[in-house]
Design a protein around this ligand. Structure first.
Ligand code: GLP
Length: 239
């Protein structure tokens, strides 16, 4: 596991966005694992603003998003809408090449990823309770794509997207499992908000414990944790 420390969110977006552009340039058939939430926003902005000038095309690339809400009452807040708004509508990826897990047939998603050749580069944010995708604390490290009941703390953290109204936040989601995520050839996790410090400290200790879903990453052979300096200073007790 490599820790990469950058000054601020914009620098993190540039760094991670450039990783994706470099990969897509080398391999036009790139299979991308994508995430939602605020953590990857600067990354998506950097990709959208720079792909053309760098001679990159996503026309042959495919994406597999981590997760999706079930029964989301506000269409704009579905993760597909989020991706359309923040990335897909701004690059030349084909809609038919963008994939989301299907709640009616969750495990089929693992099959589809496998048939596409497996994820080359997987982007992750991190929940305040350590979830990746929507794999809440206690999820088995051997889980494949599945339906999951969201914890109160996750729904509280996400209610800001639903006008602050907890009753509008979905109670269930479908998510890639932890074993699904671990099959990716390269994983890049962004921690660019101070609320993620505790989980960064757990990663740093090298702990592997299902109470902390993201700690599964400690045993991945090619995983980058990209941090902002404020988190680094506290978690590493550094200057
Ligand atoms: C959601 C998503 C996760 C995301 C997490 C953190 O619950 N399912 O994939 O990583 O929130 O979100 P944020 O980046 O907004 O802090």
């Amino acid at each position: 596991m490599r820790f990469i420390i950058l000054e601020n969110k914009v620098e993190v977006g540039k760094y991670v966005g450039q990783l994706f552009l470099d990969e897509a340039k080398k391999n036009p058939h790139l299979i991308m694992g994508l995430a939602t939430g605020s953590s990857p926003l600067e990354t998506y902005q950097f990709i959208a603003e720079n792909y053309r000038s760098q001679g990159v095309s996503f026309a042959e690339a495919k994406s597999f998003n981590l997760d999706e809400y079930l029964n989301c009452p506000i269409k704009k807040e579905t993760y597909r809408s989020f991706m359309e708004e923040n990335l897909f509508s701004k690059i030349d990826i084909k809609t038919q090449n963008t994939n989301f897990p299907d709640p009616d047939n969750p495990e089929h998603y693992d099959q589809r990823i496998l048939e596409a050749g497996g994820v080359d580069i997987q982007l992750l944010g991190i929940g305040q309770n350590g979830h990746i995708g929507f794999n809440e604390p206690g999820t088995s490290f051997s889980s494949l794509t599945h339906i999951i009941e969201l914890t109160k703390s996750t729904r509280e953290a996400n209610k800001r997207f639903f006008g602050g109204d907890l009753s509008l936040v979905p109670t269930e989601a479908v998510s890639m499992g932890l074993a699904t995520i671990m099959k990716s050839r390269h994983i890049v996790l962004i921690a660019n908000d101070i609320t993620k410090i505790k989980m960064v400290e757990v990663l740093l200790k090298g702990l592997t414990d299902e109470t902390y879903p993201m700690s599964v990453l400690n045993s991945h052979p090619n995983c980058d944790i990209v941090l902002t300096r404020d988190i680094f200073k506290i978690a590493f007790k550094a200057d």
